[in-house]
Each structure stands twice: as C-alpha cells, then as structure tokens.
Design a protein around this ligand. Sequence first.
Ligand code: ZN
Length: 148
Amino acid sequence: MVDVKERVPAIDGWFTTGELPALLGSRCSACGSYFFPREEMLCRNPDCSGRELQSVELSRRGRIWSFTDNRYQPPPPYVAADPFVPYVIVAVELAAERMVVLGQLVPGVDVTGLHAGDEVELVLGTLYEDDDHEYLVWKWQPVAGAAR
Ligand SMILES: [Zn+2]
C-alpha cells in the first residue's frame, strides 16, 4: 500500500488547487485595479473610492521581472525543509493585471540559465509536509521553449 498524503494549501484562500491552479486576487469594479492577496473592503488605489471588489483568478503565466537565489533559511513562520534546501525567488510580472507577484521557482532549475523576461507558469509545489499532509504553495515554472 502506498500511503498518499492529503494535499492541502499551506495558506487558505490564496490560490485554487485544480488541474490549472491560479492565484486568487481581487479586482476593483470601479477602477479595474488588481490586488493580491485579495482585498476585501476597500480599493487601495488612492485615486479611487471603490468599495466593490470581485474575487478573480489571476493570469497563470507571466514574465520574470527579477529573481534571486536564496541560500539562507528564512526565520519563522517560514517552515523550512531540514536540512534547508536553497531555492530561487522570482518576481513575476503579470501583464493583464499590471502587477508583480513573488514566489519560489520550482526546484531543480539552474539559476544561471534564468533571464529577466523569461516566461513562467504557475504550478503547485510542496512547501513542507508532516506525517499526514503535504502543504502546497504556488511556484513558478519556466515555460519550456518560450520565446523571450
Ligand atoms: Zn478602485
């Protein structure tokens, strides 16, 4: 028997967990600004007094705006693998939303081959696990063969 752990989001309400996962943001009905994480009460655009914010799925693809290699274990509440496994943080620009979202790059990608402008796609990966659960978070995965 293979023991399959239940896969659950590490943070509730920040992303969908279907076959094509997406980040959950909100969009102001008045000015069209997007927010991530979701904004529930008020539009944060200082020139807008909008109070109607719709929950929306954000684009699943974007382009790398900046990235860095993290070789130091972040302090709690970050739950790190033991021993700590370095990872790459990418800032990804979503064109339609005109916003930049941070996230980890999928493991196993050689950072020396990474460039600003590279296209990436949102996937789910394991942030950490315990005996019964795998805790998921979004990660960015380079799109194979994508033109820059
Ligand atoms: Zn607004």
